[in-house]
Design a protein around this ligand. Structure first.
Ligand SMILES: Nc1nc2c(c(=O)[nH]1)N[C@H]1C(S)=C(S)[C@@H](COP(=O)(O)OP(=O)(O)OC[C@H]3O[C@@H](n4cnc5c(=O)[nH]c(N)nc54)[C@H](O)[C@@H]3O)O[C@H]1N2
Ligand SMILES: Nc1nc2c(c(=O)[nH]1)N[C@H]1C(S)=C(S)[C@@H](COP(=O)(O)OP(=O)(O)OC[C@H]3O[C@@H](n4cnc5c(=O)[nH]c(N)nc54)[C@H](O)[C@@H]3O)O[C@H]1N2
Ligand code: SF4
Ligand SMILES: [Mo]
Length: 714
């Protein structure tokens, strides 16, 4: 029990659990054991006391009456959503028996764990079930929904370094936000960008449509989706041919300049314009301004990777600051995903040593193929456990996933907060805690702070944290490894590498007092991690030309893949950055475009966090119903009027939304934001039309590389 007397007001230090680069530090206030408010921690340099629209009334989320409170078993047909309460013992016994049955009949690889970042914590997050499922000998899930393509591109170019501190953007004078909708997805960095803008920085946003962030930029550049490679290669062309390189930096700290120059030679701005649709004169101006303004910073978002050529584009983008020497400037360089800097014992968290040799992997983007038998797997998947994830909403080709989940012979366990689109297909449904109900420690992929999350209120009903779920499962399965009986507090202490100089001066007491710790990576106002090279690549330099790409080939970086040794030896990659055409564009797939002439992008919704909150009235009121943004010319030629219900479709399926006719999108593109639940929407949800094809590297998704057609309904 928490020490608490009736009517007492108390505060606890919290951390936002969401898959969001901001990882806000929070303060929970409780009264008589009830969570009454959740505020941003004013002491935290990124959070600065404010939370986003999604989380600012987080306590209401905890008390949503629709929450799952008890274990349940399915009593109606799969998908209907009829369940009956059972005890935890019955739930655990059923899981044990059905997993054992699948393993006996087909081998343990017939069991597939399926999880992502519904919770991002070090203890409760991405890797929470890995040790258990590795011990079980289950198939290993390769979890590459997000960031894996950019991570592979980053590692090939710069190695496992963090790049620029988001707080250093106060120093920036030229900021290029590339495929990132910071106002919605990285709000606490956007505040810093705005400060810099007020201090004279020019803010450029590169996005195929006028996003909220593009609307606030000084300059919005609109490439066609998936064609960033052409734009970036043309910038390289202009910088090299215009003698705008910092040749001292290039000579000392890079490899492959001559090859890059040759690769960029054909990418004149005029040629790039034909590929990406950005005017040649704009490309020239962008390259010129970027190269000649000191303290020029790049902020590529996750969205850039979501096409056939996205990762190659990112390698070109990541090459830019080494050409211009902007790594020498505080507030220069690239703000990427600082997760590499966190001193975490990932081997303890994931336990790759427990994976039986030769165990296969299945990628989370290929769930439909895996479940329907289309992938021709042997053994097939006979038992599935979904936690921290909502694939029917978030994965690809999702009608196929539904067909797979409807299989009578498939045993499905789902651990959830709500009866999501995926949870409806569970045979056994387990109730999970929310952030104020468990302990956790957050690392971040958007800044350099570890943040403690303290349990503030008792768990409601029979909810359990993810860590407790796997403790119970491990006990039922008779697993004896000590970590299966460690508490959350013990686990977080064991996972952090306290011997790292980045933790010097910090201990758990410090966390309990302050709530967060900035790992020692230097002062953000002066920090220039690569002013003098020091890139952790094989050559120690920025690798425009990557021998690793040419010889080792494609790989998926940890922790998206836990089998470190299996990172080696994918298909060979181009040693240089370049332009790779999208799979689905009218120019590259003319036959398909005859039937489906429009590209679609499906960015994050402002008021939802992936599919979370899309079942809550307060957030739907902010976000509005599913809208399909369409250019007036495309609307006119289809007889679609403002507000009309439209059907968006391709060979994979269809979903519905209300047409919003707007110049914010160019002709040939439609935009449908992500997260709506198919069961709550007027028909389907956007990922029904999404291809499961991998992008160019790191098995990234291709959510921005799909063709569709739009028709008015009725
Ligand atoms: N409000 C909110 N915030 C979130 C999330 C959320 O669901 N809601 N999700 C979190 C997660 S998991 C992630 S990964 C991050 C993602 O953060 P972002 O990377 O910002 O994600 P998106 O909103 O998907 O895409 C950003 C912008 O990229 C554009 N875009 C799409 N395709 C391309 C392309 O090919 N090239 C270029 N240049 N631009 C393109 C889109 O139009 C969009 O405006 O956000 C996190 N924060
Ligand atoms: N079309 C399109 N699709 C996309 C993207 C896109 O931009 N466009 N973005 C992709 C990206 S970047 C990402 S990261 C993925 C995200 O995909 P998911 O990680 O599947 O996203 P969420 O919708 O947040 O689903 C997480 C689920 O976990 C549950 N959950 C939260 N906390 C806990 C917990 O502590 N325990 C348990 N058991 N459950 C919990 C939530 O209720 C929620 O239903 O989506 C990808 N899908
Ligand atoms: S979702 Fe992101 S911005 Fe919102 S409170 Fe959480 S970490 Fe902060
Ligand atoms: Mo993501």
């Amino acid at each position: 029990m928490l020490e608490e007397t009736a009517a007492e007001t108390r505060t606890h230090l919290g951390a936002c659990p969401h898959d969001c680069p901001d990882t806000c530090a929070m303060v929970y206030t409780t009264e008589a054991g009830r969570l009454v408010s959740v505020k941003g921690n004013a002491e935290h340099p990124m959070t600065r006391g404010s939370l986003c629209v999604k989380v600012k009334d987080f306590e209401k989320h905890h008390y949503n009456p629709d929450r799952l409170m008890h274990p349940m078993k399915r009593v109606g047909p799969k998908g209907e959503g009829k369940f009956e309460r059972i005890s935890w013992d019955e739930a655990l016994d059923t899981i044990f028996e059905r997993f054992a049955e699948a393993a006996r009949a087909h081998g343990p690889e017939a069991i597939l764990p399926y999880s992502y970042l519904g919770n991002e914590g070090l203890v409760q997050g991405l890797t929470v079930g890995d040790a258990f499922f590795n011990k079980l000998g289950a198939t290993v899930a390769e979890k590459t929904f997000c960031g894996s393509g950019s991570c592979t591109a980053w590692l090939l170019t710069n190695g496992p370094t963090n790049g620029t501190d988001p707080l250093s953007f106060t120093q920036s004078k030229y900021i290029v936000i590339w495929g990132c909708n910071s106002v919605s997805t990285n709000l606490h960095h956007w505040h810093i960008v705005k400060d810099a803008q007020r201090n004279g920085a020019k803010v450029v946003v590169i996005d195929p449509y006028r996003s909220r962030t593009a609307k606030e930029a000084d300059w919005h550049i609109m490439p066609r989706p998936g064609t960033d490679g052409a734009l970036a290669m043309a910038m390289i062309h202009v910088i090299i041919n215009g003698n705008l390189c910092d040749m001292d930096y290039v000579e000392k700290y890079t490899v492959g300049f001559e090859q890059l120059k040759e690769r960029a030679a054909p990418f004149t701005p005029e040629y790039a314009e034909t590929l990406c649709g950005v005017k040649a004169e704009d490309i020239r101006m962008l390259a010129h301004e970027y190269a000649t303004t000191r303290n020029a910073a790049l902020r590529p978002g996750i969205a850039v990777e979501r096409s056939a050529g996205g990762s190659q584009a990112l390698r070109a983008i990541f090459s830019l600051p080494a050409l211009t020497g902007s790594w020498k400037d505080p507030g220069g360089g690239v703000y990427q995903m600082p997760l590499w800097e966190f001193p975490v014992h990932w081997d303890r968290v994931c336990r790759p040593d427990l994976i039986p040799e030769g165990t296969r992997t299945i990628n989370v983007l290929k769930l439909g193929e895996a479940l329907t038998g289309e992938a021709g797997l042997n053994p097939g998947v006979h038992a599935l456990m979904v936690y921290n994830c909502n694939p029917v909403s978030q994965s690809t080709d999702t009608d196929k996933i539904v067909r797979g989940l409807e299989r009578e012979d498939l045993f499905t366990v789902v651990s959830e907060h709500f009866l999501t689109d995926t949870a409806r297909y569970a045979d056994i449904l387990l109730p999970a805690t929310m952030a104020a109900e468990h302990d956790d420690m957050m690392f971040s992929w958007g800044h350099f702070f570890f943040t403690l999350n303290e349990k503030a209120i008792e768990t409601p009903g029979e909810c359990v944290s993810n860590a407790e779920l796997f403790r119970r499962l491990a006990k039922r399965f008779g697993f004896k490894e000590p970590q299966f009986s460690m508490s959350e507090k013990e686990l977080m202490e064991w996972y952090i590498d306290w011997s790292s100089p980045k933790m010097a001066g910090c201990d758990m007491d410090y966390f309990r007092q302050h709530g967060f710790w900035r790992i020692a990576v230097g002062d953000p106002s002066t920090r220039t991690p690569h002013a003098e090279g020091g890139f952790p690549t094989p050559s120690g330099k920025v690798e425009f030309y990557s021998e690793t790409a040419a010889t080792t080939g494609n790989f998926v970086a940890p922790p998206f893949r836990q089998m470190y040794e299996a990172m080696q030896g994918g298909e060979k990659l181009d040693p240089l950055p370049g332009y790779v055409a999208p799979y689905e564009r009218p120019e590259t797939a003319p036959d398909k475009a005859q039937k489906y002439p429009l590209n679609i992008v499906s960015p994050k919704s402002h008021a939802f966090l992936n599919s979370q909150y899309a079942n809550e009235e307060r957030k739907i009121a902010v976000q509005g119903e599913q809208a399909i943004l369409i250019n007036p010319a495309d609307a006119l030629s289809r007889g679609v009027s403002e507000g009309a219900l439209v059907r968006v479709f391709n060979d994979r399926g269809q979903f519905h939304g209300a047409a919003r006719v707007t110049e914010d999108v160019p002709a040939g593109l439609v935009v449908a934001s992500l997260g709506y639940w198919r069961t709550l929407n007027r028909g389907g949800a956007v990922n029904i039309i999404s291809s499961s094809a991998y992008g160019g590297m790191g098995h990234s998704p291709t959510y921005s590389d799909n063709l569709v057609e739009v028709h008015a309904v009725g």
